[in-house]
Design a binder for this molecule. Structure first.
Ligand code: AMP
Length: 216
């Protein structure tokens, strides 16, 4: 199964993608993490950091190339959960021509929730696991559950970058909804409340898809 999560920054894409990955036992592909790992590498478009540090999207050609390469890895042969990709119509069409998705979850949240979630977000600089001080806290304050590294704030979680990312989302990513609606695979999810309430809606859709696959 190939699944993607789209939504504004702070909508909970990474958290819900991880839960989906656990349920289906298929890996998550988080484009933001891949770019963070290579952010100072020089490409013909400049370094990823130049885009990430201003809240802009890296060029489609670069991210499409990275994703194409990743998907050649055997680990993705059984399926993939995309977190943060696609983010533009060009990326969606590129993916659709090569590896069409089965379902796209659009996580819908109001603006004031976005700001709150970003302000309270922490990340592990080692394994990239993400936390929220209220909704998804680590077991030990300030320490990653998975690898024990001290948690930090993401470098791009500043007010100025967040505003730019919300603007970019409105201008470029929202148009994806129409694309996926036309493909007939868009699922709108109310993501304003807590993690488990959002997860319950997603799980229900996945289980319905699995049931209909078994019947067909
Ligand atoms: P994220 O962790 O998903 O918020 O991504 C962090 C940053 O990486 C974004 O603000 C973009 O600059 C870049 N990025 C991640 N995914 C993509 C993508 N699919 N297309 C373009 N830029 C991306």
């Amino acid at each position: 199964m190939r699944i993607a999560f789209i939504g504004p920054p702070g909508a909970g894409k990474t958290t819900q993608a991880e839960k989906t990955s656990d349920l289906l036992d298929v890996p998550v592909l988080t484009t933001g993490n891949i770019l963070r790992d290579h952010k100072h590498e020089q490409t013909r478009y400049g370094t990823p950091a130049e885009y990430m540090e201003t809240g802009r999207l890296v060029p489609d050609e670069l991210i499409n190339h990275i994703v194409d390469q990743q998907l050649q890895e055997p680990t993705y042969s059984r399926g993939v959960v995309f977190d943060g990709y696609p983010r533009t119509v060009n990326q969606a069409e590129h993916l659709h021509d090569r590896h069409p998705l089965d379902v796209v979850f659009l996580l819908e949240v109001q603006d004031h929730h976005i700001i709150d979630r970003i302000n309270e977000r922490l990340i592990c600089p080692n394994c990239q696991k993400s936390y929220h001080l209220n909704y998804n806290p680590p077991k030990v304050y300030g320490v990653c559950d998975s690898c024990g590294t001290e948690l930090t704030r993401r470098e791009d979680d500043t007010q100025a970058i967040l505003e730019e990312k919300i603007q970019t989302y409105r201008e470029q990513t929202k148009a994806l909804m129409e694309v996926y609606q036309a493909y007939g695979i868009l699922q709108r999810i109310q993501a304003d409340s807590d993690i488990e309430t959002t997860w319950h809606q997603i799980k229900k859709v996945i289980q319905q898809m699995q049931d209909s696959q078994q019947q067909g």
